[in-house]
Each structure stands twice: as C-alpha cells, then as structure tokens.
Design a protein. Structure first.
Length: 180
C-alpha cells in the first residue's frame, strides 16, 4: 500500500504521516512484529537544516515507536530495496529534498533515478508512506533551476499519485483526502 502525503512547509504533513504509522501499529494485532523504517533524505548542510532535522527526530522520539532510520539523501531506491521487508512500515521524508539532492548533482540522471524509484516502491510488499512538499501552488519561479525543481516535483507527485492507493494533502495540520 502506497500513501502519498503532500503539504507545504510546516503544514503538518510529517506529523500526519507519523500518526498514520502510530495508528497502523495500534490496529495491528502483531504490532510488536512490525518494523518501522524511517528513510531520511535531508542532509545537514547548514545550522538551520541541522535544527530542522533535530526537530523531526525529537518529534519522532515523542512516541513509543522504535524507528530504524536509514539516511538516504541520494540512493533511496537501493536503500528501500535493501531494507524493506513484508513486516515493515515505511516512512520516507521527504521526496522534495531527495529531488533537490539529485538536481544539485551534476552527474545525476534524474529521469532514470525517478523511474527506478517508482518501480521500487511499486514492488514493495510493505506499507509505504511518502512525504513531499507541494510546491506547485505558488508563482512560477524566476530562476531556471527553481523552475525545473517545481516542474520535476509536480511530475514526480503525479507519477506517484497514479500508482498510490491513497493521497492526502495536509494544510494547517488538517488532512484532506485526495485519493483513496
């Protein structure tokens, strides 16, 4: 099952995605047997990002969940394939940071990477929750790389939504079901 969770910056999308994991564990009769995997795509390249990462870690640690965190700033498809099992609940946060990491790599072939990712998540037998920033609701950016980022994020979201079982948009901490 694939669930795409979209929202703007500080919209509550990560908190909502984590609540889905908590709810899934509570519903499971064998919750103790489920492994919670957190795939982190952010890199702490400056103090502000370090603080954001620390806030997310603190938020996750407030729950009685044992997360296994896998740092995946670039090789997300390979990390998913290598680590996810049938008894896994997967949370990937966030796809737009992963996209940014690839766009900033001059050697990155984004289209191939995206195709491999879509194939990888479709092949998983686990519950997969994907968090991403909805960036297409604003003005068209002035810079070429910014326009490419917005375009690629929009196309990535459309491709995931097409294969996802559920899609939720979170605004002001409130979830709005778009699919499923």
């Amino acid at each position: 099952m694939i669930h795409l969770v979209l929202g703007g910056a500080r919209s509550g999308k990560s908190r909502f995605a984590e609540s889905l994991v908590i709810r899934r564990l509570a519903e499971s009769q064998n919750g103790a047997e489920l492994e919670c995997l957190y795939f982190a795509t952010a890199e702490a390249l400056d103090s502000e990002m370090s603080e954001r990462i620390a806030q997310h870690q603190s938020q996750r640690n407030n729950h009685a969940i044992t997360w296994r965190t896998i740092e995946s700033p670039l090789a997300l498809s390979a990390a998913l394939t290598a680590n996810v099992k049938v008894n896994s609940i997967v949370l990937v946060d966030c796809l737009t940071l992963w996209l940014t990491n690839h766009l900033l790599q001059s050697s990155s072939d984004w289209q191939t990477t995206k195709t491999e990712f879509l194939q990888a998540i479709a092949a998983l037998s686990a519950e997969v929750i994907l968090v991403s920033n909805e960036v297409g609701c604003g003005i068209v950016p002035m810079g070429e790389i910014s326009r490419r980022f917005v375009d690629e994020a929009g196309w990535l979201h459309q491709d995931i939504a097409a294969i996802a079982d559920k899609v939720t948009l979170v605004t002001a901490g409130l979830p709005l079901s778009l699919k499923g």
